[in-house]
Design a protein around this ligand. Structure first.
Ligand SMILES: [Zn+2]
Length: 251
């Protein structure tokens, strides 16, 4: 299974991360989602493949993502939601300071964010669709890290994407009216249709908190344009497949 990485997070000592790609040679093209009704054993086989990159005796957290703004704090070294869906773990953001625990996010167009605090040794992973972006889930995640771990926004290193880009993410008035604070991320197409750049809005929310622009890396990949490499809910007409963004602190 091919893996993508952010250049900035690669420079952070003691943090391992990756973003999976589609892989037509794997079952279900390498999908890593247990909740979308596909064959569980095939997904588990794909999950074992990605788990092998993180070494033995590590744990994995995969929450049921519900387009909310709950930040789940991982305070125990044990896996949850990894071999089967854990319906009791509903969250769209995960944070931890525990080494050896892999935080995972599943997406197919929504924005995945991976966050590292190299100073206080803490990490976060976020799923931000337009609803999560509207609810500023990334701000709530950074604030939770600040409260728990002493994280300062100025120290953070963040990777954003791959996700559907401002080239392809067409939305109506009902969605765009939530983002009037970010005119630079909206292009009007006429007939009540707009193009929305949710990667950029998440970056703007991070900058507003004080995360330096040059510590934020935005993936240039639009999942709809590159749906042969990444799952795209829109470009694939409602795919069940999801790719995974993962991050772990090394012990
Ligand atoms: Zn595109």
């Amino acid at each position: 299974m091919k893996r993508n990485r952010y250049e900035n997070l690669l420079q952070v000592h003691g943090v391992i991360h990756c973003i999976s790609e589609r892989d037509e040679e794997r079952p279900l093209a390498g999908s890593l989602a247990l909740h979308t009704g596909q064959d569980i054993d095939q997904v588990r086989s794909n999950r074992r493949e990605i788990a092998s990159y993180f070494g033995a005796e590590v744990h994995f957290i995969s929450a049921l993502q519900v387009h909310g703004d709950h930040v789940h704090v991982v305070g125990k070294r044990s896996s949850r939601g990894w071999t089967e869906v854990d319906a009791s773990l509903q969250a769209d953001a995960l944070v931890t300071h525990l080494p050896g625990v892999v935080l995972t996010i599943l997406t197919a167009d929504c924005v995945p964010l991976l966050i590292a605090d190299p100073v206080h040794r803490a990490i976060g992973a976020v799923h931000a669709g337009w609803r999560g972006t509207q609810q500023e889930i990334v701000r709530k995640t950074v604030e939770t890290m600040g409260r728990l771990y002493g994280t300062r926004p100025t120290d953070l290193v963040v990777g954003i994407g791959p996700a559907i880009g401002g080239c392809c993410y067409e939305v109506g008035e009902d969605v765009v009216e939530n983002f009037t604070a970010y005119p630079q991320a909206i292009v009007a197409k006429g007939n009540g249709k707009y193009l929305l750049d949710t990667k950029q809005i998440n970056a703007l929310q991070l900058e507003a908190l004080g995360v330096p622009t040059d510590q934020i890396e935005i993936s240039p990949v639009c999942t709809a344009c590159e749906h042969e490499r990444f799952f795209s809910y829109r470009a694939d007409g409602g795919t069940a497949g999801r790719f995974m963004s993962c991050i772990m602190l090394e012990s």
